[in-house]
Design a protein around this ligand. Structure first.
Ligand code: G6P
Length: 620
């Protein structure tokens, strides 16, 4: 979703902002803009569409413009046009800001400000923040401004932030303070990068890592003021605070294409390596145990759980559903998977011995975060399964496990999904081990887990064959994805992948449910993807395939290598290595990722920037 980059240093800000905005493109956006301070004037350039359009509108970088703010906007309030793009100026023309998040009381504030004579240009909630700060800055109403440790700009920012209801990550400048940059955060991530005589504020580490790996993560209700002399951090209630410096744990290479056409393809192909890192040092083959350092102090509590509720959104929710099946099967603990967006508004029942697991690649999804906060308030232990180190969910949960797969840039999540399932499998095995799962059974699953990376490697080798299937089918506008048991969530994920990037309508279902409605959709040649590996419901799913074929559907079947029997049922066959049923999703999902990728490319879509989608959904 929206992205912020702001710079104050010793180089022209413009190219640094543009480069930073390009690094944030993957998050999803529909317009962009930059604001540069030149002495006591502000030069703002904005456009709808791609960063390249904005770039073409900019003059040559000016060496005196060493302070600036930039933004990529994903529209919430107001259509994605140039006026609604950020930075937004206040009505006096002195204050400019870039904002991520949503201001919930913007209507009341707007009415108040219009009453005071402020004018508005855009339909955004953000302009209310600019005007409120501008109004307070120009009319302090006799309040105690400034405090000793604040100038008038900082005071106005603090005062305004205390009036806001909602979420914000903000970068702000004021023409009266041409060497001052302010950042503030509540509910939307904001990171301060500390370079050599230069500072970058960004909503995502991807925009910082090229310049420095030393960062400070702002927490909610905190702000930072930066000048060429240094920076200071305070709460928005004006209490000075010391923030610890952290090291970013990934390098620039991790966010480069490295010869691949798209990040999605790069990340699909990275899965063997990513899973090896995810599993590395965590499989204790000697004692048949799982070592998850992050949660080692919480096992007692987790093992006693009477109920586990998994909260997540999107692809992470599909991983959660597999986790539910795994935990119930291997650890025999009552587990359910909830959409975080629903859970948070359901007045959920959380009794003693309930554990909440939150799964999130980004660690910033607003609904998942809200679900965690609510569960914590109600006394549950919260456990995060998160990829982005230092992200809000990682810091908010009581304990957790990192995926360790490196940055995921492709909007369609791939390597994070397989790693989420791997972590859930490890959790389920160790939980089972601590309850009733015998050493030999645990050994079996641990051995099999360790073989998953090489099995995924075998599936990756099928990419060209899968491309041919995509060529033969991708013009069809309606697809079904069907699986049973552990492969049912894989069917959901396969359908989501296809929808997200190729804009084909696809429905994922437990195969038996097809008879209760969707079978009516099947017409001549409609593609139906079956995940029909050898498992406890193999015979049943064969029956489902026959039902589709009898009605003229065209079947694409993911089956096990060497399964001769299934050939007769498949118009297209994708043979994958055999894996125990419980661990199959990590392997069976890979051909579906590849299929969706090729279909989208063949249909001419920008795989890494699918329309309307955002990588990290930081608004509810
Ligand atoms: C967005 C992304 C999906 C992702 C979902 C949850 O919709 O486009 O790929 O699965 O958010 O994101 P999270 O970061 O919480 O896993």
């Amino acid at each position: 979703m929206c992205g912020i980059v702001a710079y104050l240093g010793n180089q022209p800000a413009q190219p640094i902002l543009i480069e930073g905005l390009k690094r944030l493109e993957y998050r999803g956006y529909d317009s962009a803009g930059v604001g540069l301070i030149n002495d006591h004037t502000l030069n703002i350039t904005k456009s709808s569409g791609r960063i390249s359009v904005l770039e073409s509108m900019l003059a040559k970088p000016n060496p005196v413009e060493i302070l600036g703010i930039g933004h990529t906007r994903w529209a919430t309030h107001g259509e994605p046009n140039t006026i609604n793009a950020h930075p937004h100026l206040d009505y006096t023309g002195k204050i400019a800001l870039a904002h991520n998040g949503i201001i919930e009381n913007y209507t009341a504030l707007k009415t108040f400000l219009i009453g005071k004579g402020c004018t508005f240009q855009s339909q955004t909630d953000t302009e209310v923040i600019a005007n409120l700060i501008g109004y307070l800055y120009s009319n302090p109403d006799g309040k105690d401004c400034p405090h000793e440790n604040l100038n008038r700009f900082e005071w106005a920012v603090q005062h305004a932030l205390n009036e806001l209801v909602g979420t914000y990550g903000l970068a702000l400048v004021c023409t009266d303070f041409p060497d001052m940059l302010i950042g503030a955060k509540k509910g939307s991530p904001l990171i301060l990068g500390l370079g050599k005589n230069e500072y970058i504020i960004a909503s995502d580490a991807a925009a910082i890592v090229q310049h420095t790996t030393q960062v400070i993560y702002l927490s909610d209700n905190e702000m930072v003021t930066i000048t060429p002399k240094g920076f200071s951090t305070k709460t928005i209630d004006n209490i000075e605070i010391h923030k610890e410096m952290k090291q970013l744990e990934f390098s620039l290479d991790a966010i480069e294409l490295d010869g691949f056409g798209h990040f999605m393809l790069k990340e699909i192909c990275e899965q063997p390596k990513a899973l090896t890192t995810c599993l590395g040092g965590r499989l204790d083959m000697r004692d048949n145990r799982i070592i998850l350092g992050g949660i080692s102090n919480y096992w007692r509590e987790i093992t006693r759980a009477k109920r586990i509720i998994i909260n997540a959104c999107g692809t992470a929710w599909h991983a959660g559903l597999i986790g539910e099946f795994l935990i119930e099967q291997l650890a025999r603990i009552n587990t359910e998977t909830q959409y975080a967006s629903e859970f948070r508004y359901r007045n959920p029942i959380i009794e003693d011995n309930t554990i909440i697991i939150a799964i999130s690649q980004s660690g910033e999804t607003a609904d998942t975060l809200a679900a965690v906060e609510q569960a914590k308030e109600r006394g549950a232990l919260t456990l995060g399964i998160v990829n982005v180190v230092g992200s809000t969910i990682a810091r908010t949960t009581d304990t957790g496990v990192y995926l360790r797969v490196g940055p995921e840039i492709g909007v369609a999540s791939t390597k994070a999904f397989t790693a989420q399932v791997a972590v859930l499998a490890m959790l389920a095995i160790e939980l089972g081990r601590r309850r009733h799962l015998g050493s030999e059974q645990a050994k079996f699953y641990i051995d099999e887990l360790s073989k998953i990376p090489s099995k995924i490697e075998q599936v990756l080798a099928l990419s060209e064959d899968i491309k041919k299937i995509a060529e033969a089918t991708c013009e069809r506008e309606n697809w079904l994805f069907l699986g049973r048991g552990f492969n049912y969530p894989v069917a959901l994920e396969g359908a989501l992948k296809l929808k997200e990037i190729s804009y084909i309508h696809a429905e994922g279902l437990p195969a038996a449910e097809m008879k209760h409605g969707p079978i009516a959709l099947i017409n001549n040649g409609m593609p139906a993807v079956f995940i029909a590996t050898r498992c406890s419901q193999y015979e049943k799913i064969i029956g489902n395939i026959e039902e589709v074929r009898a009605r003229g559907g065209r079947t694409i079947v993911v089956a096990n290598q060497g399964d001769e029997n299934i050939k007769q049922y498949a118009d297209f066959l994708i043979p994958v290595p055999e894996v125990p049923e419980e661990l199959q999703p990590m392997v069976t999902v890979v051909p579906l990722q590849i299929l969706a990728y090729h279909a989208a490319v063949l249909r001419g879509h920008d795989v890494d920037k699918p329309r309307n989608l955002a990588k990290s959904v930081t608004v509810e």
